[in-house]
Design a protein around this ligand. Structure first.
Ligand SMILES: Cc1ncc(COP(=O)(O)O)c(C=O)c1O
Ligand SMILES: N[C@@H](CCCC[NH3+])C(=O)O
Length: 458
């Protein structure tokens, strides 16, 4: 094996990446113990890797509860009295959902699968909102049969579909209209949802006529309006305030038409600091809600995903090897873009910290951290200052509790990673690592193909 060049110490100065200490200081559930190494709550991450292998997603139950409580507290403080509905797409793990449900969260779902998960986690149907731009007939039927709290309709066409299904079922569908306020949330283009060019919601100018139509249709009970302007919003709360202001005007004009508006769904999108972004605080969001919608006498709800679960999770991975390329050092880990796709998809930055205490005192030098997948895009970071790792060293990718496991795939026929919940000094596997057999399961060969059965040993 070619010897690696000596690693020159690299300093983290102003404008550079945050240091390990800075990253950990902002994530109180992660601490560096001089003998046990990186801990999540009371559990050494090395013990989890020993017991259950890598790559593994590890979630802090305490952090889930704490962040839900902080958000709820900020809303209460601002007198924005809103129900918190966790956006299940951010983290659909059953144990995560149960943790949040026990702490009082409802759910925002976008598919029958998410609805079933939320119900299985113990969230009552009348605490669940069904969002999404393309719900199928079967999904709408299922949601109504469950007794869902609210369906957020996103088009005139969908309103007609819901009316027909509800009428045939002999039920009344509680429907809110998701409007598109044409507001720029100043986030990544792939995750902005409130601009007129985006596929989401109906143009706010078309809302009064459609809401009136909803009131005249059989099988529909118009309950209110909804908005969601994008995700990972870190440019302050001014876009929220503008969107909510439009929503408040809409509520007033609907009421002036004699229509009933009971509820306003304020959406999600509150960002988190992955690197050094200044995120809007829950208090600022709560203030924006209270100042625009607070005196309308409507029930309020919010649908955050990332803000609650993102910081609560890490992706724990092992270094397979280090190699020197022609130009740079590559740290090859056993996690890949099939596990955490955010860097490949959005050029997202995730903190990467070592687990072993010795790696905290070793000199650091720039490297690229990559996975084993056969794509150059399978790169978690470029030019990151990290120590020289021995094979088997553990690293943790931070803020992987939202849009991590939920967006993972089996690309390159890599099994889905295990998921583990930490609560105090306990930890448990809450989703088993997918087996190699499971990867093959469900596949079959057509009758005209000959040869050995795919499930018999070669
Ligand atoms: C309708 C809806 N609500 C809530 C969310 C949750 O977003 P976030 O995780 O950014 O809070 C999303 C995703 O952006 C969404 O599409
Ligand atoms: N999946 C995206 C966010 C999209 C939110 C979905 N509404 C991310 O990882 O940042």
């Amino acid at each position: 094996m070619a010897a690696l060049p000596a690693l020159a110490p690299a300093s983290h100065g102003a404008g550079e990446d945050p240091t390990f200490a800075e990253l950990l200081a902002l994530r109180p559930h992660l601490t560096m113990d001089p003998s046990a190494g990186l801990m999540m709550e009371g559990v050494p991450l090395a013990a989890i890797a020993r017991a259950h292998g890598t790559p593994s997603w590890v979630y802090s139950a305490g952090t889930l509860r704490r962040r839900l409580g902080l958000l709820q507290g900020a809303l209460d403080e601002a007198r924005a009295d809103a129900q918190v509905h966790f956006a299940v797409k951010a983290n659909p793990n059953l144990a995560v959902l149960r943790t949040l449900a026990e702490a009082g969260a409802g759910a925002d779902v976008v598919s029958e699968g998410e609805l079933r998960l939320a119900r299985a986690a113990g969230i009552a149907a009348d605490h669940i909102v069904f969002s999404g731009v393309g719900k199928t007939l079967a999904e709408i039927r299922y949601a109504l049969a469950e007794g869902i709290q609210q369906i957020n309709a996103e088009s005139a066409e969908e309103v007609e579909m819901i009316s027909a299904i509800a009428t045939a079922m002999g039920v009344e569908a509680p429907v809110a209209l998701r409007v598109n306020p044409d507001v720029d949330a100043k986030t990544h283009a792939k995750i902005t949802t409130g601009k007129s060019e985006n596929k989401f919601g109906i143009a706010i100018g078309d809302a009064p006529a459609l809401y009136a139509r909803m009131a005249s249709l059989p099988g529909i009970r118009p309950v209110g309006v909804a908005v969601h302007i994008g995700s990972q919003i870190t440019a302050g709360v001014s876009a929220y305030r503008i969107a909510y202001g439009h929503l408040a005007d809409l509520v007033r004009s609907l009421r002036a038409q004699g229509l009933t508006v009971e509820r306003v769904d304020c959406g999600g999108g509150l960002g988190i600091p992955y690197r050094d972004e200044p995120p809007p605080s829950p208090a600022a969001l709560a203030g924006a809600i209270a100042s625009t919608l607070g005196n309308l006498g409507v029930e309020l709800m919010v649908e955050p995903g990332r803000w609650i679960s993102g910081p609560a999770g890490v992706l724990l991975a092992s270094v397979i090897l280090q190699k020197m390329g022609a130009e740079r050092r590559f740290v090859v880990v056993d996690a890949a873009m099939n596990d955490l796709i955010r860097p490949a998809m959005y050029d997202a930055w995730h903190g990467i910290v070592p687990v072993s205490p010795t790696d905290y005192v070793a000199p650091i030098a720039p490297c690229d951290v990559v996975g084993p997948i056969c794509e150059t895009g399978d790169t978690f970071t470029r030019n990151r200052g990290l120590p020289g790792f021995d094979p088997g060293s553990l690293v943790a990718f931070l803020d992987a509790g939202a849009y991590g496991a939920s967006m993972s795939s089996t690309y390159n026929s890599r099994p889905l990673a295990a998921e583990i919940l930490v609560d105090g000094d306990r930890f448990a596997v809450v989703r088993e690592r997918q087996t190699q057999e499971a990867l093959l399961a469900g596949q079959s060969l057509p009758s005209w193909m000959t040869g050995p059965s795919p499930t018999s040993p070669a």
